[in-house]
Design a protein. Structure first.
Length: 413
């Protein structure tokens, strides 16, 4: 009798949440047209970044220089496309903009998946310990393989060195990225194990967030201690700069189509998988009990989605370093535009994330701070978080408080 009453309460709650979900979805009936608009904006933003962006230090608000530079950009672009002559500057900018789009889409979609599957607004690549694990991986690589003062390459043999490097196996050229990728996977495996232990064999969302936060805080303290002793021992230690670059985030290491492909291929495969299972994410957003009634193996899907999201985040962190707050703020904004339905929310988050990181990269390049993308994303993320917490007129109608239950991201009272 007790089980029957509990099942009846769950069914009633499921119907209640389903009606709430449908009401909110009706507010975004034109979800497909919104995706088309986002795609058009992203298209024009990409070409603006490639052809029209001129750094302030070069431009200095001189209109003549601006138009001269833009004209040169167009010429270099056509030379780059048709192969009439070498245009390394245009190739680098083109690759960097593509990398920003792929990385932004990956981080934003990871945030949407984490928030939807764990029903918590705090869930994301940063709070799950993925990025901190990557930083720990690069620290291990630097301490094992990189001396404090690497040898200076003789300029006479630079081309020979480049040719020799091009002939080396990929695992030797990208050893650091492999360490970062492994660090991300090990960190999430550890946090997932702790969560399953705390949840008695099940993946507990609150346990994962708490474990990830504590793990990130502890590893960051270890990294700060190591940096301090490096600085005390030798202020000119070049490894300090490498750790700092990893923590600030940048696109400087993505300088060729091969490197771009190594980062993008795993991400694109994972994005296609997520798009194929996004209807299952809608079931998870109703809650664990409701998903179980609908026949879903919640534990299996949460582990599967965590692995997919970790692979995407690890791919970004391996080549771009830490770019925080993207997985937190973009899904919140995406719900305001596309609604709670993952059919539209997930593609919207991908495009919004790509647009956001591309804008951040443009602003950073304009200000000459392209080595510190994490500063800009964190600043914007804090502002978004404040507006989300306040909501509209303080009436709990913000993105974080939608309806009776925070759909897809809240914690049930």
């Amino acid at each position: 009798m007790k089980d029957e009453r509990q099942s009846e309460r769950i069914r009633f709650r499921l119907n209640d949440e389903a009606e709430t979900f449908k009401r909110r979805e009706r507010k975004h009936e034109k979800g497909f047209s919104g995706l088309v608009i986002l795609a058009v904006i992203l298209f024009f933003l990409f070409w603006f970044s490639v052809l029209l962006l001129v750094p302030y230090k070069q431009w200095s608000f001189d209109p003549a220089y601006f138009f001269e530079t833009v004209s040169r950009n167009f010429k270099e672009f056509f030379a780059f496309v048709f192969g009439t002559r070498s245009a390394p500057g245009m190739q680098g900018r083109f690759i960097s903009c593509l990398a920003a789009i792929v990385a932004g889409a990956a981080l934003a979609s990871c945030g949407a998946v984490f928030q939807g599957s764990f029903r918590n607004a705090l869930a994301g690549p940063s709070t799950m310990g993925v990025m901190t694990g990557g930083t720990l991986g690069v620290l291990a690589y630097l301490l094992i393989f990189v001396p404090a003062h690497p040898e200076v390459v003789n300029e006479v043999h630079t081309q020979e060195m480049l040719d020799a490097q091009a002939a080396r196996p990929l695992y030797e050229v990208y050893t650091q990225q492999l360490f970062v990728f492994a660090g991300c996977l090990i960190a999430v495996a550890l946090i997932l194990g702790i969560s399953m232990t705390a949840g008695h064999g099940k993946v507990s969302g609150p346990a994962m967030i708490i474990s990830g936060t504590v793990f990130s805080a502890g590893i960051n303290n270890v990294i700060q201690i190591v940096q301090y002793y490096m600085l005390v021992k030798d202020p000119t230690d070049t490894r300090i700069d490498s750790i700092r670059d990893m923590m600030l985030g940048n696109l400087n290491d993505i300088t060729s189509f091969r490197t771009l492909a190594l980062m993008s291929v795993p991400i694109l495969i994972c994005l296609v998988i997520l798009l194929c299972v996004r209807n299952r994410l809608n079931l998870l957003s109703f809650g664990e009990d409701e998903a179980l009634i609908m026949g879903m193996n919640v534990h299996r899907y949460r582990v599967f989605l965590t692995i997919i999201s970790t692979i995407m985040t690890a791919s970004v962190v391996s080549f771009c370093g830490q770019i925080g707050f993207m997985g937190f703020m973009i899904p919140l904004v995406g719900r305001k535009i596309a609604g709670p339905n993952m059919k539209y929310l997930l593609p919207a988050c991908m495009m919004l994330g790509a647009m956001m990181l591309l804008v951040v990269y443009d602003v950073a390049c304009f200000m000459g701070m392209q080595d510190s993308l994490n500063i800009f994303t964190s600043s914007v993320g804090c502002i978004v978080m404040i507006f989300v917490l306040i909501g509209k007129k303080g009436d709990r109608s913000g993105a974080a408080f939608q309806g009776r239950f925070p759909q897809g991201m809240g914690i049930r009272p």
